[in-house]
Ligand binder design. Structure first.
Ligand SMILES: NC(=O)c1ccc[n+]([C@@H]2O[C@H](COP(=O)([O-])OP(=O)(O)OC[C@H]3O[C@@H](n4cnc5c(N)ncnc54)[C@H](O)[C@@H]3O)[C@@H](O)[C@H]2O)c1
Length: 403
């Protein structure tokens, strides 16, 4: 009998856990006690799921290792951040493999879903062999299936996207099992028999996006310097058949600001110094400075008030529209900076858990400046309202709304 264990119940692990538990007996394991106690009450603090989504699911949420004893299929979805030095921090993945080593049995399957650099899955499989005296692809089976979940995206849902599965063994029974289990998660499964190809593919998907946004950010900066309408430039360029459209903005989150460093780390171990992969990082990370300059210019032009009296409302704090996630959010950094310098700064983000930022009160129009940092329907509605009589008060650094 299959008993599945999902390790790490965040933005990636919880949706997998909920989906897979419709069909299989599932244990949801997380080291964060608070997360487990909330999940036991069917509360997802990430706000991706409602209480009703937990109904009729065969999940046992736990932070106790002994509850994993009878599991025979492990899915690892733990974080893979970077350290201050920008080097990969694989500590959670390491701990997950150690955890599994204490409960591993013959024929168990392990699927790593966390984003890693090429070679990581194999390295940990080897360590598992040493610890357990069992052989990978003979006694147990380690696979890699990168995750493409896009929180807040109602269109490209987990079930609709293509899912890559890297499995290097030759046992067709295992491949069939993987297909059977994963077809409950995604419609279209794409197999590769080289795990490092799957690991690299995941990395470059995000790096490509990071670089494209960086290019847009640079075009925006250049247009600003040359006093050229950015949106018009894009509208014109996009009439070419192979021009690809992106949006400029404040890149944040756990993937784009992190993943390029994973691939370049792997390359550097082979003495290759990357020339393009990290090129987007500097500009994408520096866009908060550009926003600050725009704010200062606007304030100087349209306000005679003393700094301490100026009221600013920041619209959008989470790293992207539609999610509650503030990891690596430059918007939050901008807000904190403004608050220090203009103490009457407030913020609004309906997706944030913090009640303080959840509503725009009746005094909305009393603000001197409205800083739009997120692109999305709820903010567009606000823009439409405010812009009717206060267009000079609007700061829209990325021209999301002002055309
Ligand atoms: N969030 C996304 O949109 C997304 C998309 C694709 C890929 N990824 C990748 O998926 C992985 C997970 O990302 P996430 O956003 O779900 O992270 P997250 O921080 O939302 O969730 C990770 C969970 O793992 C738990 N955890 C940490 N160490 C653990 C351990 N040793 N054992 C058990 N639980 C542990 C944490 O408490 C947390 O609840 C990362 O590698 C990330 O890069 C994320």
């Amino acid at each position: 009998m299959l008993k599945i264990c999902v390790i790490g119940l965040g933005y990636v692990g919880l949706p997998i856990c909920l989906k897979i538990s419709k069909k299989y007996d599932t244990v949801g394991f997380d080291t964060n006690n608070r997360r487990i106690s909330y999940l036991k009450k069917s509360i997802d603090e990430n706000k991706e799921f409602k209480k009703k989504d937990f109904i009729n699911k065969k999940i046992f949420f736990t932070n106790k290792i002994y509850n994993l004893k009878n599991c025979n299929f492990f899915i690892i979805c733990v974080p893979t951040p970077i350290k201050k030095s920008k080097l990969p921090d694989l500590n959670s993945v390491k701990k997950s493999f150690e955890l599994i080593s204490s409960v591993l049995k013959k024929n168990d399957i392990i699927v790593l879903e966390s984003t890693v650099y090429p070679g990581v899955t194999k390295n940990f499989s080897k360590k598992l062999e040493i610890k357990t005296n069992l052989k990978n692809n003979k006694d147990f089976f380690v696979c890699y299936s990168p995750e493409r979940i896009n929180p807040g995206d109602k269109k490209n849902k987990l079930t609709k996207i293509n899912k890559i599965i890297g499995y290097e063994g030759t046992n067709s029974e295992i491949k069939n099992k993987l297909r059977k289990i994963y077809s409950n998660l995604c419609k279209n499964l794409i197999f590769t028999n080289k795990i490092n190809e799957a690991e690299t593919a995941k990395g470059i998907e995000n790096i490509q996006r990071d670089l494209n946004i960086a290019f847009y950010n640079e075009v925006l900066l250049i247009c600003n310097k040359l006093n050229i309408n950015f949106n018009e430039v894009i509208r014109l360029a996009a009439t070419k058949w192979n021009f690809i459209k992106f949006s400029p903005g404040l890149v944040g989150g756990h993937c784009l600001p992190v993943d390029p460093y994973y691939l370049t780390y792997a390359a550097s171990k082979k003495k290759y110094k990357s020339k393009v992969t990290l090129a987007g990082r500097t500009i994408n990370n520096s866009m908060k400075k550009y926003v600050m300059e725009i704010i200062k210019k606007k304030i100087n032009k349209f306000s005679q008030k003393n700094k301490s009296k100026i009221k600013i409302i920041v619209l959008g704090l989470t790293y992207k529209y539609g999610v509650s996630d503030t990891r690596n959010s430059q918007k939050l950094e901008i807000f904190n900076y403004l608050k220090k310098n203009y103490k009457n700064t407030i913020a609004y983000d309906p997706y944030l858990n913090n009640i303080k930022f959840k509503s725009v009160n009746n005094n909305l129009y009393k603000n001197d400046f409205f800083l739009f940092l997120s692109k999305g329907k709820k903010f567009k509605n606000l823009f439409n309202k405010i812009s009717k009589n206060s267009i000079n008060k609007i700061i829209d650094p990325f021209f999301y709304y002002i055309k």
